[in-house]
Design a protein around this ligand. Sequence first.
Ligand code: HPA
Length: 234
Amino acid sequence: MTFHIGAKPGEIAETVLLPGDPYRAKWAAENFLEGTELVNEVRGMLGFTGHWKGNRVTIQGSGMGMPSLSIYVNELIRDYGAQTLVRIGSCGAMQESVAVRDVIIAMSATTVSTPSSTIFKELNFAPTASYDLLSAAVAAASRRDVGVHVGGIYSSDTFYDERPDLNEQMTRHGILGVEMEAGELYTLAARYGRRALAVLTVSDHLITGEALPADQRERSFGDMIEIALEAAFP
Ligand code: HPA
């Protein structure tokens, strides 16, 4: 048990999928894992451990934003020994070439700040995905009928943004999409020598204003979970 995770020692798998939403963790565990057990419900941030094709996997909600994800990922790594951490979540598209429902595999995550920023002082650390996970995810995505983009994303601190100029600079510099968690996940994985990746479904489009209808979200989310699992267990 840690401050925020009630699982007993050994109840968390070495491979952890991290959706922001705890109910998506539940849905993913019910639909993709076998022999699933609830291992955490502290603060309603549900976590489940089960098996996918014989491989042990935990799916743990991370909450929204880097401060929340940082708490769960610190405890998963330092207290439970998680080795491979894959964020599965949604993002907003920042390029016209990216469509709603497409999948973005995040090579790097630009941030204004992360909970780790204070340790870097004048340095701009570049949070980067683990290449073996990234390349396996690209291979898995290319086997599916889904648009896929591989490149940089922006991990923002705000959903309701009072600084649209930051988004404009990101678009101008080729950033594919915006979400709120991957930058800190990649930074923590680098610090502790673990593997990390973010696989994201485009739920909305910052340029066109389009948004994924609720009835299509589940199917897109399913593609992303399978890509994440195939990347973790190629
Ligand atoms: N902004 C930030 N985070 C997001 C968005 C967005 O537009 N869409 C999904 N996650």
